[in-house]
Write a protein that binds this ligand. Structure first.
Ligand code: ADP
Ligand code: MG
Length: 341
């Protein structure tokens, strides 16, 4: 009798992989909003009447965005979904459907592939969103992960980068720089503290916050922090045609980042320019402050005022002693920095 063992992607094959994925999605097969998911030429999904369709795509490339010796494939799966869901959060939307394009080396072992898929699907489930399709190809040089996410939002609630008003306060959720510091330490051959490593490898999309801000009309402009605080604030400033003052002393920092900066204050730049926090940066009028405080309590997520929007052009670090230092709205840029990961 012939026995077959399936240890890697080559022995499983493209269609074996798709069948395996469908098995993993069994529990979500009956979703009323999905007419067709994996298995036909297109997925067919329904949208709430009168809402806008939000769509965003992100590409993750091995040794550019991640290194397999630094992350588990489960965390990578979660992160691949999370960074896309974060874009829906940044518009104030509700995430619904994801599509997953994969370029995979054929020697990828099945346990690793399963871990990746489990991570991806767990992150989708946590967001109430469903993987509805994708494409799978062989890659000769590492993993390629292309994710598209779709969400919806009532048209009058859309929060754009361009909506900032002079006099708005700038707020940020959570803490800043954890992910960038973890990456910085990894690049120096050090082991980052576990809490920082987790923030880098498994970020949390701030979906409940984005949705709540949009539904209550509290945020004028919003963006998720993927390229670094200064760069992403720069996008709001450019599109809102405004200037901003940031108080570096007000930046919300975790215990680990604070401890690191006590020893190496020069690494403040890692916090200001480092990417991948996946927190939300938004502007809100001063009168929104009490409601934002209530929201922070309800979501158990700190919302910290870190500066303000002003008429004009430019970005300054403004210290409580009244000094102003101009800074460039620049962060990580793929085509300028040759750095992997
Ligand atoms: P087609 O030849 O029409 O592109 P495929 O054979 O590539 O179809 O895919 C078959 C089905 O499996 C499709 O419904 C497709 O959306 C789904 N699929 C393929 N790869 C993936 C993936 N990585 N994630 C989710 N669904 C996938
Ligand atoms: Mg295909």
């Amino acid at each position: 009798m012939m026995t077959t063992t399936t240890h890697n992607l080559a022995s499983l094959g493209e269609f074996g992989f798709i069948a395996r994925l469908r098995q993993k999605l069994r529990d979500q097969a009956g979703r009323a909003d999905v007419v067709l998911a994996i298995g036909d030429d297109c997925s067919a999904c329904t949208l709430p009447a009168g809402e806008l369709l939000l769509t965003s795509t992100d590409l993750l490339i091995e040794n550019i965005h991640f290194r397999r010796d630094w992350t588990s494939l489960y965390a990578l799966g979660r992160k691949s979904a999370a960074v896309n869901l974060s874009d829906i959060a940044a518009m104030g939307g509700t995430p619904r459907y994801l599509h997953l394009g994969l370029g995979l080396p054929q020697d990828l072992v099945l346990d690793e592939l399963d871990a990746f898929c489990d991570g991806f699907l767990d992150e989708c489930r946590a967001a109430g969103a469903l993987l509805c399709g994708g494409d799978t190809c062989r890659s000769q040089t590492g993993m390629f992960i292309s994710v598209s996410v779709q969400g919806t939002i009532p048209a009058d609630q859309l929060v754009r980068r361009s909506g900032g008003q002079p006099g708005d306060r700038l707020y940020v959720s959570g803490t800043l720089g954890d992910s960038a510091l973890a990456l910085h330490l990894l690049q120096q051959g050090q082991t980052p503290p576990a809490a920082l490593a987790r923030r880098h490898h498994q970020p949390t999309p701030r979906l409940a916050l984005g949705r709540a801000l949009a539904a209550a009309g509290l945020a004028h402009a919003m963006i998720d922090l993927s390229d670094g605080l200064l760069a992403d604030l720069g996008h709001i400033l450019q599109q809102s045609q405004l200037a901003a003052c940031l108080d570096p002393a007000a930046l919300p920092l975790s215990v680990d980042v604070r401890r690191h900066l006590n020893h190496k204050p020069e690494d403040l730049d890692v916090v200001l320019r480092g990417g991948e926090d996946y927190e939300l940066l938004f502007s809100a009028p001063p009168e929104a402050a009490p409601r934002l405080e209530q929201l922070a309590v309800r979501l158990a997520l700190p919302l910290t005022a870190i500066g303000s929007l002003q008429p004009g052009e430019g970005l300054w670090l403004c210290r409580p002693d009244g000094s102003r230092q101009p800074v460039e709205a620049r962060g990580f840029n793929h085509f300028q920095s040759g750095q992997p990961a």
